[in-house]
Design a protein around this ligand. Structure first.
Ligand code: ACO
Length: 335
């Protein structure tokens, strides 16, 4: 059995925040942000919007493009590090989508590598588990965990969701040609949003003390990042990983129609494409409008490129995600 990608969709929040808007709350300016990152605007959830509403909108659009009925979906993977519920957001998405046949739905947490790992997981579920129609949704609202007083990080991120429908097909038709996946906990210190230690809670306190354990209520730090280290890491591992994926697929770099990287920073996209000798016209970028939307970034950029007619049926795409963990992953797929 193989699988093919037959539909995509995306959704972004309505509230737009420009670099000039940010300059009103932290000591920064449009020039610094656009020169160092390529970012000009980002979208942030507000009002009744949530991760679930974005994920559902993106998923409906993907189903519509794929012409697949919601009740024919048998697996929903929601790739996110900022779920509406820390037990998992996917069953909420399943319910909100209106699935009446209770497909399996669960979350995948791997920050900005999440969507690629979702594609790989979908592929494995189809090959080994007999699933037929899998919705892979990448969705994040990093605005929830960013420190809005830290100019080194708050300028980078935005919220978004993107979805892809992957369908089982005959082996010869396989659209997901290869993949390469990694993680390295040694680099964890460079990018994280960790559980705060030594937090106590009065309400839990009395019972906890009687039972003899230190009472704690979970609370998490804002996103912490060493930007320079993450930059170096991305520029080193992403070309290597794509080369591994190409070798597994038995394809040369010249067969790539589009390079589709996690949208973290325009300078990372430029450095990777230069190293791989891929012309900038073949690099998909929408950073200027949305910033780094974590697990949402790759499917959001794919959806825009498909709907604008850039990515056409039969095109070969090299996609790679990288981020917290540290994690990184790449895949070669055919649209
Ligand atoms: N506005 C103005 N000045 C700033 C800002 C800002 N927003 N942020 C930092 N500066 C200042 C710094 O204080 C420093 O000043 P100094 O020289 O007086 O000390 C100077 O600008 C240079 O700062 P650096 O941090 O060295 O700037 P750098 O060129 O490394 O750019 C950046 C920072 C944009 C964060 C870059 O390192 C980067 O993009 N790294 C990759 C980050 C990334 O992609 N992370 C996402 C990974 S995905 C995930 O899993 C979430």
């Amino acid at each position: 059995k193989g699988c093919k990608l037959i539909g995509c969709g995306s959704a972004v929040p309505s509230l737009k925040i420009s670099n000039d808007d940010l300059a009103k709350v932290v000591d920064t300016n449009d020039e610094w942000i656009s020169v160092r990152t390529g970012i000009r605007n980002r979208r942030v959830i507000s009002g009744k919007e949530s991760l679930t509403t974005l994920a559902v909108e993106a998923a409906h659009k993907a189903l519509e493009m794929a012409q697949v009925d919601v009740d024919d979906v048998d697996l929903i993977l929601v790739c996110t590090s900022t779920p509406d519920d820390i037990f998992g957001c996917a069953p909420k998405v399943q319910k909100a989508l209106g699935c009446t046949r209770n497909p399996l739905a669960y979350d995948i947490t791997a920050a900005c590598s999440g969507f690629i790992l979702g594609l790989v997981s979908a592929h494995c579920h189809i090959k080994a588990g007999g699933f037929k129609n899998v919705l892979v949704i990448g969705a994040d609202a990093l605005s929830r965990i960013v420190d809005w007083t830290d100019r080194g990080t708050c300028i980078l991120f935005g919220d978004a969701a993107g979805a892809v429908l992957i369908q089982a097909c005959d082996g010869e038709d396989d659209g997901l040609l290869s993949f390469d996946v990694h993680s390295d906990g040694e680099g964890y210190r460079h990018l994280n949003a960790a559980l705060k230690e030594n937090e106590t809670d009065d309400e839990l306190g009395s019972n906890g003390s009687v039972l003899g354990f230190p009472p704690r209520q979970a609370s998490y730090s804002c996103l912490q990042m060493n930007g320079k280290e993450v930059f170096r890491f991305a520029v080193r591992v992403v070309p290597q990983s794509i080369e591994h994926s190409l070798a597994k697929a038995g394809l040369p770099a010249s067969s790539i129609d589009w390079l589709l990287l996690h949208q973290a920073n325009q300078r990372i996209l430029d450095a990777v494409s230069t190293r791989m000798q891929i012309p900038s016209e073949q690099v998909i970028s929408n950073l200027a409008n949305y910033g780094n939307t974590s697990a949402g970034s790759i499917p959001l950029a794919l959806d825009e490129a498909v709907r604008s007619g850039k990515v056409k049926p039969g095109h070969t795409i090299a996609a790679a995600g990288f981020g917290a963990g540290l994690t990184w992953a790449s895949t070669i797929f055919r649209w």
